[in-house]
Design a protein around this ligand. Structure first.
Ligand code: NOJ
Ligand code: CA
Length: 708
């Protein structure tokens, strides 16, 4: 009897403690995550930094279509808490070592009705923020289920200043806006007219990564990690209470995700920093992704490239062979070339020669294959076949020519959004590449998606992008995707996936109102947190009326700032985007692009404020060379750069590529000056950045001989 009673007491104590909140602290003790259940058994959490609320009590849950939802009626079945601390080496990256250090809290929840269904909430608390996900273990009472929405809340503590782009199911190619959350208007443009396929959600919707700053100067960023077999998350803002709620991208019939247990959702991430530079230094999103699935990574090479590309964007030449843009007047056998086709054998050889002379690894060629005459805006299924060249592009001749010159041609697959067609061609297209010496592909998804009704950021397309990453990895092909869903750190898992566009790239400056000077000071705090951008910097011919006297567009930059972007916008894939003719006019400044590394041992974030300025120093991988980039928005300012990241007791030579005193992004963009200075790790450089300007520095030991 006595034994019986003590058993009951133990059971009671246990269930009382399981009802109480569970909490963990970050390894340094500053962040605290608390989990609890509401009276009706709704899961909820809260996040504090130094006892102050970052997120007040916020609900968690998944809503299902044809069965009861995973959002209430839960009790806690089991609580596990562990610590993890491991350092790993990325194949390429901003640094050669990454520490993955967190406390984990796993809460196993059970619903009594319906029939004992379980869901696990897994929280990982790092020194720089929180990641959590929903896990559905294999279980008798759950197999297939359809998600009608996810009900994850982020209850902010105030009307924070936000750097945002409109919530949208199809595109991220918007300009950034800066406003209080209460003032967000996701339907007010964002210079959106030039975007080919966009589906804005509503006034109070924004995308992630969402960068915010609180009134007391804290920096917060919400995004996601490891987006696999699930749609992307947008955020709905309650503009009175500042509660953000997840809003998933729907499919063609309005459902969000089709799942089968066991399944883990992507991680929801909140990076918390007391300094803006610590947002840039965070590796939380990478740490939440799975390790590389590729065991032999020796064929994966960070790449600097040029290409038959910008000349089409500025209107000097065309992708299309006959220049008709109309298939009805075009026949491959009889068409005469317009004389403006960019990807001719001859023109590609000019780029190959240029690449070989200046030490570039690759030459991207767009407009080499048939289909461009039969495309734009038609929402047609079979446009490109990815293996048939235009008559003036000789695949074999260029294969042999590039090989002789030690340069790789980079393949281009514009899918025109017709993903059904691309899926049918993928195997043949990759085999064609391998047979002709290509080992990198740039894909593109311009326009509305086919299957019709699907969105760029929905589950179906997320699965497609990931399938392309896996398939190219299996064929030893490096990948760069344009117009995909914004990245979530999957390049850790697929290191062949060097970069994505998924943003308003430099190309918008060629044919639209473009990107304002502040754009590149926001990107590292937003889009870049998910992964490298193929931004295509390096435009030297900044005013574009040389290509056509009526052309009003220009890049909103100084020339020196274009150099700085190679350091401030991290990517293992960097293009020198301008024409060879433009570089030939400024070979002294071009030297920086030739010298700059694309893979790094260390990165140091010297100073930063989103929307205003940032300065970053990086050490080239395996070399005693450092590169510094400093950029500003439309305001001139002085960058203060302590060189204390350099090793002690040695002299170095800093080659400084700076704005000239009279430089200005609009009035005088190409005024730059190059100087050399002896420096040590005690030096502090003060560099004047022009309005819309920047500075780039290459630092080497004094004794080392300068490369050609
Ligand atoms: C848009 C891409 O971003 C751009 O780089 C490419 O040249 C065009 N689509 C054509 O595919
Ligand atoms: Ca694009």
């Amino acid at each position: 009897m006595l034994k019986h009673i003590s058993g009951i007491i133990a059971l009671l104590l246990c269930s009382i403690s399981l009802l109480q909140a569970q909490s963990i602290q970050s390894p340094n003790g500053k962040l605290r995550l608390q989990f609890s259940l509401s009276n009706t058994g709704e899961p909820q959490y809260q996040l504090d930094l130094n006892q102050k609320n970052i997120l007040k009590t916020s609900k968690l849950g998944i809503q299902c279509k044809d069965e009861a939802s995973f959002d209430k009626g839960f009790s806690v079945l089991k609580v596990d808490s562990t610590t993890f601390d491991q350092t790993w080496a990325p194949v390429w990256g901003e640094s050669n070592r990454i520490r993955n250090h967190y406390r984990e809290l796993r809460i196993t929840l059970e619903q009594k009705t319906p029939a004992n269904r379980q869901m696990v909430l897994c929280f990982r608390l790092f020194n720089d923020g929180l990641g959590f996900r929903y896990e559905f273990p294999a279980q008798a009472s759950l197999n297939y289920f359809i998600v009608s929405d996810e009900k994850t809340e982020f209850q902010l503590s105030g009307d924070h200043k936000a750097f945002w782009i409109p919530g949208d199911y199809d595109t991220n190619e918007y300009q950034y806006n800066t406003s209080a959350l209460s003032k967000v208007n996701g339907m007010a443009g964002g210079a959106a007219n030039e975007i080919h396929a966009r589906t804005p959600i509503g006034v109070n919707f924004v995308q992630t990564p969402l960068m915010m700053k609180t009134a007391d100067g804290l920096y917060l960023n919400i995004h996601e990690a490891a987006l696999v077999n699930y749609p992307a998350m947008n955020l709905e803002i309650d503009q009175k209470t500042f509660k953000l709620s997840s809003h998933l991208v729907p499919d063609a019939v309005g459902n969000k995700a089709y799942l089968q247990a066991p399944f883990n959702t992507p991680w929801r991430t909140i990076i918390v920093a007391e300094k803006a530079t610590d947002i840039l230094a965070s590796r939380l999103i990478l740490n939440l992704n799975e390790p590389s699935k590729i065991t032999n990574t020796s064929w994966i090479k960070p790449t600097k490239y040029v290409g038959v590309w910008w000349e089409m964007h500025v209107g000097k030449s065309t992708w299309d062979y006959a220049g008709t843009q109309s298939a009805s007047t075009w026949d491959l056998k009889t068409a005469t070339p317009s004389g403006r086709h960019g990807a001719t054998t001859q023109r590609v050889k000019t780029y190959i020669d240029f690449a070989a002379k200046h030490g570039f690894d690759g030459v991207l060629v767009e407009g080499w294959n048939t289909g461009w005459e039969d495309w734009f805006g038609k929402w047609k299924e079979d446009v490109f076949d990815f293996i048939t060249p235009y008559p003036d592009y000789n695949v074999k001749e260029l294969r042999d020519y590039a090989k002789r010159k030690g340069v790789k041609i980079i393949m281009h697959h514009e899918t025109s959004g017709s993903v059904t067609n691309y899926e049918r061609w993928m195997d043949k297209a990759y085999d064609f590449m391998k047979a002709n010496g290509y080992d990198a592909v740039k894909t593109g998804y311009v326009g509305k998606i086919i299957p019709r009704g699907e969105h760029h950021d929905g589950q179906w397309m997320v699965n497609h992008y990931n399938r392309v990453a896996a398939k190219t990895a299996a064929k030893q092909i490096m990948l760069d995707a344009h117009e995909p869903v914004r990245p979530t750190g999957l390049h850790r898992t697929y290191p062949n996936w060097l970069a994505c566009e998924a943003t308003r790239g430099n190309e918008f400056n060629a044919w639209s109102v473009g990107n304002p000077p502040e754009h590149e000071t926001i990107l590292p705090f937003t889009r870049s947190l998910g992964g490298p951008i193929d931004y295509t910097p390096g435009i030297f011919q900044i005013k574009l009326n040389v290509f056509d006297p009526n052309k009003k567009e220009q890049v909103h930059t100084t020339l020196a700032k274009q150099l700085a972007l190679y350091v401030t916008l991290y990517s293992p894939l960097q293009m020198a985007a301008d024409l060879p003719e433009s570089y030939d006019k400024h070979l002294d400044a071009f030297q920086f692009i030739k010298d700059v590394a694309v893979d790094w041992d260390e990165s140091h974030y010297l100073e930063a404020e989103p929307g205003d300025y940032l300065s970053i120093a990086r050490k080239a991988k395996g070399r005693n060379m450092w590169f510094v980039g400093a950029i500003t928005d439309e305001n001139a300012r002085t960058a203060t750069l302590p060189l204390d990241f350099l090793p002690d007791n040695a002299n170095y030579i800093a080659e400084i590529y700076a704005d000239a005193p009279d430089a200005h992004w609009e009035k005088n963009p190409t005024a730059y000056k190059i100087s050399r200075e002896r420096v040590t790790n005690k030096s502090v450089l003060k560099l004047a950045l022009a309005a819309g300007g920047g500075a780039a520095i290459c630092i080497r030991p004094e004794t080392s001989t300068k490369k050609k």
